[in-house]
Design a protein around this ligand. Structure first.
Ligand code: ZN
Length: 429
């Protein structure tokens, strides 16, 4: 992995492309290989939770692995071949080897008739079955002859694997960045999230010491987040802000899904950053579906975890199909998403309460050298940012409050705050 600037998107895209061929599932070798590749960016701690372990109301399933699968015509041709696309096999299919006519096979074949060219992505984690996915166009070309059908998979006691990486800060209060790691060859959902998360983790390790402790979690959807919560009930209460990341490489406008309360600092931080980003965006209220934000926001935990995405879960045609491929995501979009996320982190880091040390009237900025200190920057705006900081720094309003009240970008306020601090006009509370 070369070390290029993640916000350009090239390194983000390169990692998506590297992870794309791997057949992932909620357990098995594909998840481990994926975590190994992510560990080349930052060294993840890997946790194995044995099959059969009770985690909250769930049980860790048998581990699934697959070597090969095909539907072979009498000519010897593999008309459907796992080796061409891992989406061809229903994820978690039990092994099978049998001769079958097309009529017998048909109940096990999945297509999307409305999109005849794509292969759907299907799973059957908690119900023992098997199946193949193929394009509807291809299904219509299959003759009703006898096929050699093979899924060379195993479902055996093993473990569920997740990875985490912690960047310690001055405070033990945590920011959780959680991404699911269980989807096979699908780029937007969710290689985009994995790549952005792991690159952000690396950037945070290289910067100055942080205020919050950052926890990056890479876990299979639902059961992985549940396993983490089951093993970290105590630690979970330290999570002050959190985001799940998904579908961040497509060309759709940004969508932010709020936490359950809708008024958590992370909700306000993301809303503010998106509003000042120049990117098209929308915010939607929480609902208990989608990704692992629904585990974190459950009543036993009630963690303030929102979800940052572009295309929305189930609402674009490429979603959960072979259309979610390396052409569907771009370096540019990944880079934009990365920069939005990084600005959210910067805001959370910078959001604090100050007190104006000269609160009686307006302090004279010029005599204190503040105009000189502004140098060649946009003086009227910076001056206004300083005046807002001075006016609202009464020991009650933090930087995000002031950003919301003034409509000024938090980055300008943070810069103004720094200068006022340097010139003895503000003190942190
Ligand atoms: Zn998905």
């Amino acid at each position: 992995m070369t070390d290029t600037n993640a916000s350009s998107g090239d390194a983000l895209y390169a990692l998506v492309a590297e992870l794309y061929p791997i057949c992932r599932s909620i357990t098995g070798a594909g998840v481990r290989e994926t975590l190994d590749r992510l560990s080349a960016v930052v060294p993840l701690e890997r946790v194995e939770v044995p099959s059969g372990t009770k985690v909250l109301d769930w049980t860790v399933p048998l581990e699934w692995n697959i070597r090969d699968a095909f539907i072979r015509a009498p000519s010897g041709e593999r008309v459907v071949d796992f080796k061409r696309s891992n989406l061809h096999v229903v994820n978690y299919s039990v092994p099978i080897r049998r001769s079958m006519t097309l009529t017998e096979l048909r109940p096990h074949l999945h297509t999307v008739p409305e999109q005849p060219e794509v292969i759907p992505y299907r799973t059957s984690y908690y119900q023992e079955t098997w199946g193949f996915c193929l394009s509807h166009a291809q299904l219509q070309t299959l003759a009703d002859v006898e096929y050699d059908v093979c899924i060379d998979s195993t479902l055996e006691p093993g473990s569920l694997t997740y990875g985490e990486f912690v960047v310690p800060g001055r405070s033990s209060d945590e920011v959780l960045i959680s991404t699911h790691v269980c989807h096979p060859s699908l780029c937007d959902d969710n290689l985009s999230g994995l790549s952005i998360s792991v690159h952000l983790a690396r950037e945070l390790t290289r910067g100055p010491q942080l205020r919050y402790t950052y926890r990056f979690l890479f876990a299979p959807g639902t059961i992985g987040a549940i396993a983490w919560l089951a093993r970290n009930r105590e630690r979970a209460s330290r999570i002050s802000h959190g985001l799940t990341l998904t579908c961040l490489g497509d060309a759709h406008p940004f969508t932010y899904k709020r936490t359950l309360s809708g008024r958590a600092p992370v909700d306000r931080a993301v809303a503010h950053v998106l509003a000042h980003s120049g990117f098209e965006h929308q915010s939607i209220d929480f609902f208990p579906y989608g990704y692992d934000e629904r585990q974190y926001n459950s009543p036993g935990f009630r963690l303030p975890v929102g979800s940052l995405m572009r295309g929305r879960h189930g609402q674009f045609p490429e979603y959960h199909t072979s259309g979610d491929n390396l052409d569907f995501v771009t370096a540019e979009r990944l880079g934009e998403s990365y920069s939005v996320l990084r600005d959210v982190i910067r805001l959370l880091e910078a959001d604090r309460i100050y007190r104006n040390l000269e609160p009686w009237g307006e302090p004279q900025l010029g005599s204190r050298g503040l105009y000189r200190a502004m140098g060649g920057s946009d003086i009227p705006n910076l001056q206004l940012a300083m005046l807002w900081m001075l006016n609202l720094s009464d020991g009650e309003h933090g930087l995000l409050d002031i950003a919301e009240r003034s409509g000024i970008d938090f980055r300008a306020l943070a810069r103004a705050a720094e200068m006022l601090l340097d010139h003895g006009l503000l003190a942190p509370v």
